[in-house]
Design a protein around this ligand. Structure first.
Ligand code: ABN
Length: 168
């Protein structure tokens, strides 16, 4: 049998298979089952859009949600972490507070900002968001001040922030 004959025979058999009553019914059945199951598949209803600004979730960026009332250099850039002073520095005896909104859980948090003292200014990652800041006569919410002033070593190095609790 020639190649041409074989090809025509194969094509004819396939056509007969798919155009038989049983073949057509089985295809309709498969389509019906597929259509019924399609709505059960998981769907990304965000259409790829981030739910929040990615910077607000990145602790190395100034617009990280917890830094909303920050005025100072991030200790995470100065050998410490976002909530721990670098080695060789001491926590300020006084601090200031802010209320920051966490976009990922929709809650407001009370955040305490503290300076790390005893070394000269780190000079890195200066952030100044100042949300809710009040003038100097409202000292607890005023941040443009060297809070190391009450420490024995009063030189300012950098600033950390600690979540105190939810703001109800
Ligand atoms: N509390 C941060 C800071 C330190 C020195 C001067 C201004 C602000």
């Amino acid at each position: 049998m020639s190649f041409f004959d074989r090809s025509v025979e194969t094509a004819a058999r396939r056509l007969a298979m798919f155009s038989s009553r049983r073949g057509v019914l089985s295809m309709i059945g498969r389509l019906a089952v597929g259509a019924a199951l399609a709505p059960l598949l998981p769907v990304d209803r965000t259409y790829g859009a981030p739910t929040t600004d990615p910077h607000q979730m990145d602790a190395s960026k100034c617009d990280y949600w917890k830094y909303c009332a920050m005025d100072g250099q991030l200790c995470s850039c100065c050998g410490g972490t976002g909530s721990q002073c670098p080695p060789g520095t001491q926590l300020s005896r006084v601090s200031w507070v802010g209320t920051c909104h966490n976009g990922s859980d929709g809650k407001d948090y009370l955040v305490s900002y503290m300076d790390c003292c005893g070394r000269s200014s780190c000079g890195e990652c200066y952030c100044s968001a100042n949300q809710g800041e009040r003038p100097g006569y409202n000292m607890g919410s005023h941040n443009d001040v060297n809070w190391c002033m009450a420490n024995e070593e009063s030189s300012y190095h950098c600033t950390i922030s600690v979540i105190v609790g939810t703001a109800d």
